[in-house]
Design a protein around this ligand. Structure first.
Ligand SMILES: [Zn+2]
Ligand SMILES: [Zn+2]
Length: 256
């Protein structure tokens, strides 16, 4: 049934995207809000379920993302489109940097390598080939039962690498297309149209200007969907917003 497959695709897309922007980016990398250990584990586990076969390790994500802010669009940036002709080379390079951090194969600046959620057992399970294949197999089984024609199987590769696909979309489009509110030294842009699929992440220019702001929208008519999610969890008492001094604005994520 077409509707079931579309619903499954859309659900997987947005649940994986919100895991990335809410938990990995805004909480793990930037610490824009706080939560209890219990809720941290809940969101950690949900990121594992929603990202499934392409689960991204929160420590590696945080370290890599902090490098991105510190070295935006220089040769030390782990994923700047400035140095690649097309998005697949960028994805491949990012994957290599990411894996070096996960498996501790290269030096990592100490200032980046602290203050992130840790759950070594879940990281180990989520990163094992058996579990990644299990998730991939589950997607195939779902399509086997519900896809109305084999053409729909072409969507499966996106399910397999959903996390990196979201990352590439943001890193490529958010530093290449769209408009700029702030004249920064990096190439960051606000890719408004693409952001319909990225829940606030594509307002890269706003975010590079104010990395400690929970709301990535800074102008009227800009809308950051994940900020609504943050406000919702705050209203429920699940998270607390962090107060950040003006002078800390650029470095809040690497404070001890
Ligand atoms: Zn960026
Ligand atoms: Zn960021």
């Amino acid at each position: 049934m077409v509707s079931v497959i579309i619903a499954f695709f859309v659900l997987h897309w947005y649940l994986a995207a919100v895991s990335q922007t809410f938990f990995l980016h805004r909480y793990s990398a930037h610490g824009l809000f706080t939560m209890s250990k219990f809720w941290e584990r809940v969101f950690y586990f949900l990121a594992f379920v929603f990202q499934g076969s392409s689960f991204l390790n929160p420590r590696a994500y945080a370290v890599m993302h902090r490098m991105h802010h510190a070295y935006s669009d220089t040769d030390k940036d782990p994923h700047s489109p400035r140095f690649f002709n097309e998005v697949f080379s960028l994805m491949w390079h990012t994957k290599q940097v990411y894996q070096d951090i996960v498996y501790r194969d290269g030096p990592v600046e100490r200032r980046f390598d602290k203050n992130f959620p840790e759950w070594p057992v879940l990281d180990f399970i989520a990163d094992s080939s058996v579990i990644r294949i299990f998730w991939g197999f589950s997607y195939v089984i779902f399509y086997y039962f519900f896809a109305p024609s084999p053409w729909f199987y072409l969507l499966l590769p996106i399910h397999f690498v959903m996390g990196p696909v979201h990352g590439a979309l943001v890193n490529w489009c958010g530093h290449k297309y769209g408009y700029r509110n702030y004249d920064l030294e990096d190439d960051s842009t606000n890719a408004f149209a693409v952001d319909l699929f990225c829940l606030g992440e594509c307002f890269q220019n706003n975010h590079h200007k104010f990395p400690s702001r929970a709301n990535f929208a800074t102008r009227p008519l800009e809308f950051d969907a994940t900020y609504r999610v943050i406000k919702f969890f705050k209203t429920l008492g699940i998270i607390k917003m962090k107060r950040v001094n003006k002078e800390d604005e650029d470095t809040a994520w690497c404070e001890s």
